[in-house]
Design a protein around this ligand. Structure first.
Ligand SMILES: C[S@@+](CC[C@H](N)C(=O)[O-])C[C@H]1O[C@@H](n2cnc3c(N)ncnc32)[C@H](O)[C@@H]1O
Length: 213
């Protein structure tokens, strides 16, 4: 009994550490409802965002902050069975949801990865594309994260970021949860990357791709 209580206690503690270490964090089970809400999904233009990634069959992709795997599954289809998607999360509570979504979507090339707050802890260093969809503003030390991420990318590896334009989105009144494109470009430059594309799919969000300088 005591052992069970201690196990439950450490799970609760681990979950609250995960929430506290990111900006605007909340428990996975609560977040799942928001992330998979019908109105949100219909506003994301997922097919257009995946098209903007310009993926090729067989490529290796890291979906950083994958959440419920909304993007992981269509990206897995885009790279095909010879490609791979690492669905990186700091909250392992999302993993069963991602696995179920991959199975329901008929893809077997999505692998969940438990990342750290400043390090995706990817199992390979041949990533062709790493992307952040609605995630960058949750990361506390964006500059440090990007510098670490760079070590996992292949020489021609790219990074794509979808996030809110300055003063837009649900966190418009929280300056610490804003990542204006100018700030992102500076962090990217410090990590050795330069902007290569601007997909212009939304009026309130940017979709920017970066390559090595
Ligand atoms: C708003 S959700 C977006 C989920 C998904 N990308 C989507 O658009 O549906 C933000 C996600 O980022 C994750 N996250 C926050 N900080 C992170 C970090 N440092 N590394 C990996 N994931 C992180 C959270 O756990 C959460 O699932």
């Amino acid at each position: 009994m005591m052992r069970k209580l201690m196990a439950v206690g450490s799970l609760v503690l681990a979950a609250s550490v995960v929430q506290a270490a990111q900006l605007g964090g909340r428990p996975a089970e609560e977040w799942v409802r928001t992330l998979d809400g019908t109105i949100r999904i219909s506003s994301l233009k997922i097919d257009d965002v995946v098209a903007a990634m310009k993926l090729e069959r067989g490529q290796v992709v890291a979906d950083i902050g994958a959440g419920t795997g909304l993007l992981s599954v269509p990206v897995a289809r885009a790279v095909g069975p010879d490609g791979r998607v690492y669905a990186v999360e700091i909250d392992a509570g999302f993993f069963p949801v991602i696995s179920q979504r991959a199975e329901a979507g008929g893809v077997a090339n999505v692998q969940t990865v438990l990342g750290g707050f400043d390090d995706p802890k990817l199992p390979a260093a041949n990533i062709d594309l790493a992307f952040f969809h609605d995630v960058m503003h949750h990361i506390r030390d964006r500059g440090a994260y990007l510098e670490t991420l760079a070590k996992y990318l292949s020489p021609a590896g790219r990074i794509l970021v979808v996030d809110f334009e300055a003063g837009m989105g649900p966190h418009a009144q929280q300056p610490e949860m804003q990542v204006p494109r100018e700030q992102l470009t500076t962090f990217m430059a410090d990590a050795g990357f330069v902007q290569s594309a601007d997909a212009r799919l939304f009026s309130d969000k940017y979709v920017l791709t970066f390559i090595r300088r």
